[in-house]
Each structure stands twice: as C-alpha cells, then as structure tokens.
Design a protein around this ligand. Structure first.
Ligand SMILES: [Zn+2]
Length: 258
C-alpha cells in the first residue's frame, strides 16, 4: 500500500468506536477520500486540531479497499474567519456538503481542489460571502458535469447577447433564451449581464473566478436553486439547510433566534 502525501481539505469527521475517527478529506492527489484515523480520539497530541471541518491540512495516508488509513495529519490553515460568523459557516457547510454529495470518491480533480480551497479561504474573509458561494456552486457543478452549456439557447441556438433574459434549470439540464425559457420552480432567471458573466466565469482558470461579482439577488437565487438541486440529486435534505434558510430567508428568522 503506497503512502500518499498531499494537501487536503477536511470535509467531515465523526467518532468511530472507542478511540478512532472517520474523516472525509478532499485531497489534492486523490480527490474525495474517506479515511480511518486510528486512535484519534485517545491521542490528541498525534493529531492536534487536525480534523476540524473546513481547514486545510498536510495529510499522509495509505490507500486501501474501503477506508484509507491516516498516517499523519497536520493543520496548515484553519480558516478561522469562518467560525466567527454563522452566515459564513452556513455557506461553508453548503459547499462542503455539495462536494460530499456530488464528487465521486478517489477520483483526482485538481481544479475542484483549487476551487474548494479558494472558496473556503474567501468565504472567511470577503465582504460578500453569498457571491463566493454562488461562484463556487456554478463552477463546481460544471466541474462534475452537472451544468448544461451556457454558450447559447439549447432550443434555438440563440447567442447570449441576443436575449434579454435567460433561464437555467439544473433539474432539467437546460439553458434557454427568453422565448424558450422554462417556467417551473427551481429554474434560475438570469438577466443578460449575469448570463454573460457566468459563461465567462466558466472559461478561465479556477483561481481567477473570484473577481467576478454577481448582483446580490442573483447570487442568492443561484445558491437557493443549487442547494435544492443538490438535495434532489442526492435524495436527501442538506444538513446545512436550516442554517442556510436562517441566513438567506427572512421568513425563517423567527425560528433561528433562540
Ligand atoms: Zn431559444
């Protein structure tokens, strides 16, 4: 069994048995990896703050059938800015769950790794976390093959500049001009500028997408629709759903205040 040394993002950790933990990482070398950290609950010194969700670590592990085996894990970046703000934490939860549910295990994807790392770092620091979340979701869904082409209308071939509004339906896998737009729940209505921006955002290197700025309402609509789509795809409600509703929808505010 080869020892693999790589950088990784901690997505999820849970206790296992008396003394172990099962940790899911998104690694630079091997993509999504589920691994057993033997003795992690007993020996805190061996893995100091190493399994905090949303942090970046230096990991070495052995690949096996089923669960991988953590040899060592050292914290590199804790992304502490996320922890002090419930809305940033909620968006980070959505990004992590989207990754867990959409990305296959043990399939390297360096672009997705760069996207996830960049998004978590910026979610903790940027003024507009919903913009960061929306950019991550569109590019991330594109990277796992879940986004229809935003080049032109899927029905008539009309180009982006030739229609004043567009609709994007993740569920139907369709992108359509004003004349062929879908009018069902979950379809995102985009003005021409936003459609052109999203299309441009998909072209360049992943590291460069964070300069794109969506209109605030637009970013929220994308996040809502993408979250619903992830739930539909996985057949399960998102664990971050309640926190997200609190952050995004004033109708939920009462339930959110203790
Ligand atoms: Zn059309």
């Amino acid at each position: 069994m080869n020892l693999i040394e790589t950088e990784a993002v901690v997505l999820h950790a849970s206790d296992y048995g008396e003394s172990d933990r099962i940790v899911t990482f998104f690694t630079l070398a091997s993509g999504l990896v589920r691994a057993l950290a033997k003795g992690a609950r007993r020996s805190r010194e061996r893995f100091v703050h190493a399994f905090e969700p949303n942090s970046v670590v230096r990991l070495s592990f052995r690949q096996r059938r089923g669960l991988a085996w953590v040899e060592s894990c050292r914290l590199v970046e804790g992304n502490l800015g996320l922890r002090s703000d419930p809305s940033r934490w909620a968006y980070a939860g959505l990004l992590v769950e989207t990754t867990l549910r959409l990305h296959p295990e043990n399939l390297p994807n360096t672009q997705f790794y760069a996207l996830l790392c960049g998004a978590l770092a910026r979610l903790g620091t940027e003024r507009d976390p919903v913009n960061v979340a929306a950019l991550f979701l569109v590019r991330g869904i594109h990277l796992v093959g879940g986004l229809p082409s935003l080049e032109s209308c899927g029905q008539c071939g009309r180009k982006l500049g030739e229609s004043s509004t567009w609709t994007l339906s993740l569920g139907a896998g369709r992108f359509a001009c004003q004349a062929h737009g879908l009018n069902h729940a979950g379809a995102i209505t985009l003005d021409k500028g936003s459609a052109i921006l999203l299309h441009a955002m998909l072209q360049g290197p992943v590291e460069k997408i964070w300069r794109f700025r969506l209109r605030k309402g637009m970013a929220s609509e994308i996040v809502r629709a993408a979250a619903a789509w992830v739930e539909e795809q996985s057949g399960q409600r998102l664990k971050s759903r309640r926190a997200l509703n609190c952050v995004m929808d004033p109708r939920w505010a009462e339930e959110c205040n203790p």
